[in-house]
Design a protein around this ligand. Structure first.
Ligand SMILES: Nc1ncnc2c1ncn2[C@@H]1O[C@H](COP(=O)(O)OP(=O)(O)OP(=O)(O)O)[C@@H](O)[C@H]1O
Length: 589
């Protein structure tokens, strides 16, 4: 590659025939200066200068995304134009992709050298060679336009402008994304490092630096299962993941500030990542799932899974589903226990960073003398546990329960956790350690009726509720800032619980007050404004939770994907994965 400095300023002509020169300022900005004498003096030259002005142009270094070589001697310079849009009280920072006039030079070597220099400076994350992005495209997510969007917008910008290496994988079926991720050679993987890097052989593709999911939250969720199913998961989880919003909800893309595909592409070029919590979810008899967005049951699950047939509507289906749930006014039932950060359980290790739940958030708490005693049970640690079952890949289709207005058979009374019917963490596939769940003598099944059987620190939420969900990030969809208090890397998830003030005596019809609170949530969900009204929703930070479904009129849903309606034991791994975020990303208070 030629030394660019010696080739600058580069003499060029614009597509309209004007001559000028391109150079780089000391700050790295690209400066095009037209030569004053060029352009002619006649009437027609004047007229054409009105149509195709030949002005000085300065493209600031911080806006550059690269350059595109149209032919060996023609190129355009590209930059990201920042702009903002507002939703209620939230300002969304976004980008448009813009390009200069086409420049032409007879010096093809210089043109190529300049193009590579601009790409390297702008979009290669400070590296000498372009990062390798594996794009996993789900052709059926959202309204079905992911593949077209990939080819028309994402690929031309990432590959032809930014000069990144992009390998495109299109999913063929459910869970194919997991299989694809399992098969990737990752640059951060210990196995590829041992092998000297997959790109070391002649003609071999270099290892992947970023996994980009072009689809909705479900596509990333499936990829996440694949990441943790890899034998080298401990190093593989360091590989950043990006969500390009092409699904119906796109909660993760929104939570990372990737509001649209172009903003996502610019963010890939900038390469900023943040740690994100992932929750392990254990479900008997031996499934281990991973999720990083949400776990919902009841109305929040129904407005997602129950509106799949309205997929063509995009995100609107969630709002209609929510409205229908309010009109329907049904209460749901499950047994749920949460462990707030800082509340000790077992070994007390790995406490999350967030503060404990406020006392008003929780209705039933551990008796004072037991809290003082503590439990002191030793943590087993799941890191070395042998996986008994094929890990977490199968998404249950049969456990959804359907929309029948019927409760599950009454549970047998279960007085304590160690009644022999539970399983232990070691019955599940190996993965990141689970100090809280490992400290339990067994994973209680059925869940106990009271806190007596659980170590100190656990809290119980009322069984009957209108809304229940555990959320990691702020957004559940591009237009739903449903969890304004969420912090994606704080080691704690926010458990929302909207109970009926009549408690268990209220039956299954929600009271007027619950319906009006639920309506407030729906109306204020776009910017999270509902959270400012006191008493609308109770939220409790939790680093672990367990719940047992007692209602068949709904589904259990992780990151928008259905899992069997079986007891669920969740523990948060703080900041274990890395998520690509927008350049000016900040989780709003
Ligand atoms: N080739 C395929 N054919 C059929 N289904 C597929 C294929 N590839 C992926 N899927 C499934 O598509 C489903 C929907 O994907 P995804 O969740 O990304 O989109 P979405 O539901 O529209 O978006 P969101 O989850 O953000 O609301 C996933 O459950 C996934 O298993």
């Amino acid at each position: 590659m030629a030394d660019v400095a010696s080739l600058l300023p580069l003499e060029v002509k614009t597509h309209s025939g004007h001559a000028g020169s391109i150079t780089l300022t000391p700050a790295g900005d690209v400066l095009y200066s037209p030569h004053p004498s060029v352009g002619g003096r006649g009437f027609f030259s004047w007229l054409s200068s009105l149509v195709r002005p030949n002005k000085k142009q300065l493209i600031p270094a911080e806006h550059l995304i690269g350059a595109k070589l149209e032919t060996p001697c023609r190129f355009t310079v590209w930059w990201a134009q920042p702009y903002t849009s507002r939703t209620g009280c939230v300002t969304k920072h976004r980008f448009k992709a813009c390009h200069s006039a086409r420049f032409e030079t007879p010096d093809t070597v210089a043109a190529q050298a300049l193009v590579e220099l601009l790409r390297r400076r702008a979009s290669w994350w400070g590296r000498a060679s372009p990062p390798h992005v594996a794009a996993i495209v789900n052709p059926v997510s959202g309204k079905g336009g992911s593949r077209r969007l990939m080819e028309a917008q994402v690929l031309p910008l990432l590959r032809d402008v930014a000069g990144l290496r992009v390998t495109v994988h299109v999913t063929q079926a459910r869970m194919h994304a997991a299989e694809l991720v399992r098969g990737l050679s990752l640059s951060c993987s210990s196995s590829s490092a041992e092998a000297g890097g997959a790109g070391s052989g002649p003609g071999a593709s270099p290892p992947v630096d970023l996994i980009m999911f072009v689809g909705g939250d479900g596509t990333l969720y499936e990829g996440l299962q694949g990441l943790f199913q890899r034998p080298d998961w401990e190093s593989a989880v360091q590989c950043p993941m990006a969500a390009v919003p092409c699904g119906s909800g796109n909660g993760l893309a929104a939570s990372a500030g990737l509001w649209d595909p172009v903003t996502a592409v610019v963010s890939v070029c900038r390469g900023r990542t943040e740690p994100v919590d992932v929750a392990s979810v254990l479900q008997p008899p031996g499934n281990r799932f991973y999720c990083l967005l949400s776990v919902v049951y009841g109305s929040m699950a129904n407005l997602d899974i129950g509106t799949q047939h309205l997929r063509w509507m995009g995100e609107l289906r969630f709002h209609l589903g929510g409205l229908w749930e309010i009109i329907r006014g049904r209460l749901y039932n499950c047994r749920i226990f949460v462990l707030p950060p800082g509340g000790s359980s077992g070994d007390g290790a790995a406490a999350g960073a967030a503060g404990a739940a406020s006392p008003q958030d929780v209705v039933i708490t551990v008796p004072a003398q037991r809290a003082a005693e503590g439990t002191g049970a030793a943590a087993g640690g799941a890191g070395g546990a042998a996986g008994a079952a094929e890990g977490g890949a199968a998404v249950g289709n049969g456990g959804g329960g359907g929309m029948h207005e019927r409760l599950l058979p009454a549970r047998q009374s279960a007085g304590n956790a160690g009644d022999g019917s539970g399983s232990h963490v070691s019955d599940y596939p190996a993965g990141p350690p689970l100090p809280v769940l490992s400290s339990l003598p067994a994973l209680p099944r059925p869940l106990p009726d009271s806190l007596e059987a659980l170590p100190a620190g656990w809290q119980q939420l009322p069984d009957s509720f209108a809304i229940l969900g555990a959320y990691n990030t702020q957004y559940l969809a591009l237009g739903a800032r449903a969890n304004p208090g969420g912090r994606m890397g704080d080691g704690a998830w926010d458990v929302w619980h909207m109970a009926d003030e009549r408690g268990a005596h209220g039956g299954r019809r929600a009271s007027g007050s619950v319906r009006s609170r639920a309506l407030k949530v729906l109306l204020g969900i776009e910017d999270g404004g509902f959270a400012k009204s006191p008493g609308v929703m109770r939220t409790t930070k939790a680093r672990a939770l367990m719940f047992e479904q007692r209602d068949s009129a709904t589904w259990t849903v992780l990151d928008g994907e259905e899992v069997p309606n079986l007891p669920l034991y969740l523990e948060v791994h703080q900041g274990i994965c890395r998520l690509l975020v927008a350049p000016q990303f900040a989780e709003e208070a």
